[in-house]
Design a protein around this ligand. Structure first.
Ligand code: ZN
Length: 249
């Protein structure tokens, strides 16, 4: 076998291992995402309640200010009533006092309702916060374990890529870039041994002239049907799964 082919086969072997680690890493993404989603939901619940309290508190303050204003007005009306000497003046002042008292009573009952609602919202907020904190500590172990696996795989991947890079340096750059393009497109193996007289990847039979170049000259050629790189193994061993096993050359 030509040294170039040996080198490229070694690169391909590393690439197979790298793809396996990448697939393992990718499998962790949905688990992390689902932990993140649960955390986000708990956080959103807290935020929704918190901003509802903020809005309700603002309404409470406005009503409180209105009540203060109305109470002052009411006190002025009471003073007017106290000073009213004539019956007509007194009747008018009395009507005003009565009206203001009713309005104030309504507003104060509304304010009390708001205070009660705010209290309930505050309790809900505390419950949501407690739930979020509980979820956080519940997730801590799962996250740590997933992260440890991810870190370990990423370290393995970095090592494998470094080793692969060293081996790739020994392959002709043109051949390597053709190989890389095909492997990237297929997300899989790019270099196949011919199987008998056919492509090892797609089983299309190889024209005689190309077959000779592969087998006699030991060249690397492209399969016209599926586009993978082909080579002839010098010592054609039976392919696993074939019924020719046991007839090793
Ligand atoms: Zn093919």
């Amino acid at each position: 076998m030509q040294p170039e082919l040996v080198a490229l086969l070694a690169v391909q072997e590393d690439d197979d291992a790298i793809r396996a680690v990448e697939a393992e890493l990718a499998a962790f993404a949905p688990r992390m995402a689902s932990l993140d989603r649960a955390r986000q939901r708990a956080h959103d619940e807290v935020e929704r309640t918190r901003s509802a309290i903020e809005r309700e508190t603002e309404r409470y303050r406005l009503l409180e200010a209105r009540i203060t204003e109305h109470r002052e007005k009411h006190e002025r009306n009471v003073a007017t009533l106290d000073q009213a000497r004539k019956l007509r003046e007194a009747t008018a002042a009395m009507a005003q006092v009565e009206m203001a008292r009713r309005v104030l009573a309504e507003e104060e009952s509304e304010l009390a309702g708001m205070a009660r609602r705010l209290g309930e919202m505050q309790s809900a907020l505390e419950a949501h916060r407690a739930a979020a904190a509980a979820l956080e500590s519940e997730q801590a172990d799962a996250r740590a374990s997933v992260q440890a696996d991810i870190d370990r795989l990423e370290a393995t991947l970095a090592d494998a890529r470094r080793v692969r890079g060293g081996k790739a340096a020994g392959v002709n750059p043109n051949l390597l870039s053709r190989y890389d393009r095909i492997a990237t497109r297929r997300k899989s193996q790019a270099l196949y041994a011919i199987r008998g007289l056919t492509c090892g990847a797609c089983d299309t039979s190889i024209p005689l002239q190309r077959r000779n170049a592969l087998m006699v000259a030991g060249q690397i050629d492209v399969c016209e049907a599926c586009g993978v790189l082909l080579y002839a193994a010098p010592d054609p061993a039976p392919v696993s799964g074939d019924d020719t096993s046991g007839n090793a050359a």
